[in-house]
Design a protein around this ligand. Structure first.
Ligand code: SF4
Length: 383
C-alpha cells in the first residue's frame, strides 16, 4: 500500500538501525519522549526499541486523547448521558473508560442511557436531525486533529438551524502540554524524568503545522522532530534527533514532510479559531491544571455549547485506586510499574484509560507482549 509498505521495509529499517548505532555516542544517553500514543504503539508493535542501542531510550508521553481526559469530565459526560432528554454521541474509545466508581459510558448505556457510538461528527448531526424532540450532545474530545471536525459540525448545525445539537467540548492543545511537561518538577528540578528531545505529533501537526513547537525548542533547548507513525518514520526521526543532540542544536525538524508543513492547514485553523477560544486553564489527567491548554466554544456559538445549555453538577471525582495512569502520562512510571497491570487490569477489564484506548501506553505494552521478553523483562522495561 502506497505510503505504508515502504515505511515498514525491513532492509531499510536495518540500515537505519545501523546508522543510529553508529551515530549514538557511547559516552552519553538519549532519552526521547514520543508524545503520541500512535508512536508508542508503533514502537511496541514493530519492536523499534529492540533495534536501538542500549543508550537510546523512549519515554512515553501524554499524547493519547482518551487517556488525558480527567475523570471529572468523563463523569460529567455520564451525567449528561443519564438525562432522560439527552442522546449522547461519543467516539468509540471513550465508551469503556472507567470514571468514578468505575462508572463508564458503556455501563450507563447498559443501564438505559441513550448513548450512541459515532465515527464522526456527521453521524452526530444526522442523529440530531432524526430526533428533533431530543437533545443530542456530541462528546468532543481530542487534540488539534479532532477539533476541526467538531468546528465543522457546529458551523453546520448553525447553518441548518439545528436547535437540539450541542457539543460537550474537551478539545486540548498539544504545544501547551509539551511546555508543561518541560516545566514540571520531575523534568526541571528532580531529574527523575530525563528528556533530551521529542518525537513530535504527526497528525496534530498536519493541522497546526510545525511552527508552534519552535518556541519551546528554543526556550527549553530541546530538539523536536515531527515524526510519522510508521516504524521507519519513528527510526528516521530518532536519527534526526540524535544528530541535533550531538551537534548541540535544539530546532524543530520535520520528518513527516509527506503530510506536515510549517504553517499547517490554514483553512482548518481559521475555522477552529472562528468557533473556539482558549480556556484559561484545563485539567489534564496526570498533568493537573495546565494553563491555556484547551478550547471552549465562543460566546457567539453558545447555543451549541452543552456546558451552557445544561446544568452539570459539581462532583467529587476519583481515579481508580492504584491506577498509575497519571504517573505514566507524565513519563514518571511505566505500565509494568503498576501492580494492576496484566492482573486485575487488562483490555477486557480496564481499570484506567491507558488500558482502554488504542493509543494508551498500557494497551501497547499488553497488546504486543514485549514486556514479557525472554528473561521476563525486556530492555526497555528494565531501563
Ligand atoms: S495497567 Fe491499568 S490500572 Fe495500571 S496504570 Fe495501566 S490502566 Fe491504570
Amino acid at each position: 500500500m502506497k505510503y505504508v509498505d515502504e515505511f515498514r521495509d525491513g532492509d531499510l529499517a536495518a540500515n537505519l538501525a545501523a546508522k543510529i548505532s553508529a551515530e549514538a555516542r557511547p559516552d552519553r544517553s538519549y532519552h526521547l519522549m514520543e508524545f503520541c500514543g500512535g508512536h508508542t504503539h508503533a514502537i511496541f508493535r514493530y519492536g523499534v526499541q529492540d533495534l536501538m542501542p542500549d543508550n537510546v531510550k523512549f519515554v512515553h508521553g501524554p499524547g493519547c486523547p482518551v487517556c488525558v481526559l480527567p475523570v471529572r469530565r468523563l463523569d460529567d459526560a455520564v451525567e449528561l448521558a443519564e438525562r432522560y432528554d439527552v442522546i449522547l454521541c461519543s467516539y468509540g474509545d471513550m465508551m469503556r473508560v472507567p470514571g468514578t466508581k468505575q462508572r463508564s459510558l458503556i455501563r450507563a448505556k447498559a443501564d438505559g442511557a441513550d448513548i450512541r457510538m459515532v465515527y464522526s461528527t456527521i453521524d452526530a448531526l444526522k442523529i440530531a436531525r432524526d430526533n428533533p424532540d431530543r437533545q443530542v450532545v456530541f462528546f468532543g474530545i481530542g487534540f488539534e486533529t479532532t477539533t476541526p471536525p467538531t468546528a465543522v459540525a457546529i458551523h453546520q448545525a448553525q447553518a441548518e438551524g439545528l436547535e437540539n445539537f450541542t457539543v460537550f467540548c474537551n478539545h486540548v492543545l498539544t504545544p501547551s502540554a509539551i511546555g508543561h511537561i518541560l516545566e514540571s518538577p520531575e523534568v526541571r528540578d528532580l531529574g527523575t524524568v530525563k528528556i533530551d528531545g521529542f518525537l513530535g505529533p504527526s497528525h496534530v501537526s498536519s493541522v497546526i503545522g510545525s511552527e508552534p513547537y519552535e518556541f519551546f525548542a528554543e526556550e527549553f533547548a530541546k530538539p523536536v522532530v515531527i515524526a510519522g507513525f510508521e516504524p521507519l518514520d519513528v527510526m528516521l526521526s530518532v536519527l534526526m534527533l540524535i544528530r541535533q543532540i550531538n551537534e548541540g542544536r535544539a530546532e524543530v525538524g520535520n520528518e513527516y514532510t509527506r503530510v506536515v508543513t510549517r504553517e499547517g492547514n490554514l483553512k482548518a485553523q481559521k475555522l477552529v479559531s472562528e468557533i473556539f477560544e482558549l480556556r484559561q486553564s484545563f485539567e489534564w489527567r496526570g498533568l493537573g491544571e495546565v494553563p491555556y491548554s484547551a478550547l471552549r466554544i465562543r460566546d457567539a456559538y453558545a447555543a451549541f455549547d452543552a456546558e451552557k445549555r445544561f446544568e452539570i453538577s459539581e462532583k467529587q471525582s476519583r481515579e481508580v485506586k492504584s491506577c498509575e495512569c497519571p504517573a505514566i502520562l507524565r513519563g514518571v512510571k511505566k505500565p509494568t510499574d503498576c501492580k494492576l497491570f496484566g492482573t486485575v487490569c487488562t483490555p477486557d477489564n480496564p481499570m484506567g484509560s491507558c488500558m482502554v484506548s488504542s493509543e494508551g501506553a498500557c494497551a501497547a505494552y499488553w497488546s504486543y507482549g514485549r514486556f514479557r521478553g525472554p528473561a521476563g523483562a525486556d530492555k526497555e522495561v528494565a531501563a
